[in-house]
Ligand binder design. Structure first.
Ligand SMILES: *Cc1c(COP(=O)(O)O)cnc(C)c1O
Length: 570
């Protein structure tokens, strides 16, 4: 059979005979070479050499084709070596310690004169009046007026009646814990109802289900854990996920935590939405989930969820929709008069949705939901241990004990607003965002990225360093988010920005700042603005990481005092 087809090939393919001869010659040459090398070797040497070569080949294969790829690994390795050079090491250490010092100086500025850190338990407990008076002092440290809509995102509602309601509910359920589900049937019922109300918002079918979590990050991490375990259950030993570059950092946090490889798809440079064709190219037999955001955090774009879901069905891979940020907007936009492409369980292939009740759901911080299309998927999220001496133990989420009062407050907030309340807030927020979006487009020197449909407006500039605008606005009391790759800043509109006059104040401040910068567009940024720009140009990302480590350390530092901000150290 084989020789028959060889004969045919020789006849019909021109040059095949030549190709065949060359191949035979090459093989013959190799045979001679190998024999030559092994001629003087003993059998055990040949066996060892073969084994070593096999290992080397395997190592090369892993190095270049597995994980993040050979080039990235070579780059990292080079940086690691360069940093071992004593001179480089000293320079970096000096730079890191300078940064660390200036971070602490920045924090010291927040301390009131004479303020210091509590470093041990007070010997005698304070009266509750004393504690409250002390807490008032701490409260006076806040500088950004989030209550006046000066911050991007951060505070989503802040209504006084809502605050009072939440305080009352918190008091009622302060000591509850859903871990003891038989002790607290009230919290059990409330959690189930919050999940079910959200499933209804996202058109979940009769099989759909979910759990509450402590926030968007936990919701996302749980979905990743569930889909990793589903993949492992199917014999995949190195699970990978394909995520848009714009997807929330929580996905890569999950990758690190649960040992999943992240394959990153870049956005289309015009629409700023994920390029689904590129996404398909990164799918392989190890892919355990695909992700789309609705909308994403950086630029507020809704990825083409329907197209991603089609890939999910084609390759039998779960698709997660991250609606953490805008879930409580997009679910009501249609009814508020702003049509959107489909994004929820109405699309076959959408396996899970994360949605933060503590963002536009207006619930206090510490609550979110993770929703699944069916219970088979949710079961991969659960944790069960049957043989623990502490008893048969099972938890639906990452935590053990959980704050029942936060669940109750979330439930109360959703009951308080109702569908009509959320439709109204959605209409206000979307109208305001679009007003801001269209007004910013008119300002010379600025441009708005893509076509944002939800609550985030991202601006950049071709004429000047956009972080100078962030600094300029900071001086006027506005706190916007700095984004990178590309350099840009965004405003995430909340209910506070819909208050009369706020949007206009913002637009006129941006116009004023931009005009001032445009008078001298080439000027270099300074201070924090320079930091944002500079950090993107450092090729050794581990160095950037090290500087940020210093920041996290500084958060917990209690060794500095108010006087440090004047240049003195203790
Ligand atoms: C806020 C956010 C998250 C994560 O939520 P946390 O509650 O901060 O953990 C996830 N995805 C998007 C798009 C978000 O905006």
């Amino acid at each position: 059979m084989a020789s028959e087809s060889l004969k045919t090939l020789r006849m019909v393919v021109p040059g095949f005979k030549f190709f065949e001869d060359t191949l035979w010659h090459a093989l013959e040459w190799m045979r001679m070479k190998v024999n030559g090398v092994c001629a003087d070797m003993e059998a055990w040497q040949i066996v060892l050499l073969s084994a070593a070569l096999l290992l080397l080949a395997q190592w090369l294969w892993e190095f270049f084709w597995c994980g993040e790829g050979g080039i990235a690994k070579l780059k990292k390795g080079t940086f690691r070596m360069a940093r071992k050079i004593p001179y480089v090491k000293r320079q970096i250490a000096a730079e890191v310690s300078k940064t660390a010092h200036s971070m602490r100086q920045g924090f010291a500025k927040d301390l009131k004169p004479g303020m210091s850190f509590v470093r041990r338990l007070p010997t005698r407990g304070h009266s509750s009046a004393e504690v409250c008076a002390l807490a008032e002092e701490y409260k006076s440290m806040d500088t950004v007026e989030i209550n006046r809509g000066r911050a991007s995102g951060t505070l989503y509602n802040g209504g006084e009646e809502l605050t009072d309601l939440n305080a009352r509910i918190y008091k009622m359920f302060a000591w509850t814990n859903p871990l003891h589900s038989e002790v607290f049937p009230d919290i059990r019922k409330m959690e189930a109802e919050v999940v079910k109300m959200c499933l209804t918002m996202f058109n979940g079918g009769p099989e759909s289900c979910g759990t509450m979590t402590s926030g968007g990050t936990e919701s996302i991490m749980l979905a990743c854990k569930a889909f990793r375990d589903r993949a492992v259950n199917r014999g995949i030993s190195r699970p990978e996920m394909v995520i848009p570059r714009s997807a929330h950092a929580a996905f890569e946090k999950a990758c690190q935590t649960f040992n999943i490889l992240a394959r990153i798809v870049h956005a289309d440079s015009i629409t700023m939405k994920v390029d689904v064709r590129q996404m398909e190219k990164l799918i392989n037999k190890n892919t355990c989930m695909l992700v789309g955001s609705a909308p994403d955090f950086p630029m507020g774009m809704i990825d083409p969820i329907e197209d991603i879901a089609k890939l999910g069905i084609k390759y039998d891979i779960p698709v997660h929709v991250d609606a953490c940020l805008g879930g409580f907007l997009i679910a009501f936009m249609e009814k508020a008069g702003f049509p959107l492409p489909l994004f929820d369980f109405r699309i076959p292939g959408v396996s899970s949705i994360s949605c933060d009740t503590h963002k536009y759901g207006f619930a206090p911080k510490g609550s979110s939901v993770i929703l699944y299309a069916n219970n088979e998927l949710r079961r991969y999220q659960f944790y069960i241990i049957t043989d623990w001496p502490g008893g048969i133990y099972a938890t639906p989420t990452l935590g053990g004990s959980r704050p029942g009062a936060i669940i109750a407050a979330c439930w109360a907030t959703m009951m308080y607003f109702g569908e009509e309340g959320y439709i109204r807030s959605t209409a206000d927020i979307i109208n305001t965002t679009r007003y801001i979006r269209d007004s910013l487009r008119e300002i010379p020197g600025l441009f708005v990225y893509g076509e944002p449909l939800v609550s985030v407006v991202t601006v950049g500039s071709l004429d000047f360093d956009i972080f100078r605008l962030k600094s300029g606005l900071e001086e006027l009391g506005w706190n916007l988010n700095a984004l990178q790759f590309p350099s840009s800043i965004h405003l995430c509109c909340t209910l506070l920005h819909t208050k009369p006059g706020i949007a206009d104040e913002f637009i006129s401040d941006v116009r004023r700042c931009t005009a001032k910068i445009m008078a001298n567009p080439a000027e270099k940024a300074s201070g924090m603005a320079a930091m944002y720009g500079m950090s993107q140009t450092i090729p050794d990302r581990s160095l950037v990481g090290e500087l940020v480590m210093e920041f996290l350390d500084a958060l917990y530092d209690t060794s500095y005092s108010a006087s440090m901000s004047n240049g003195h150290t203790q």
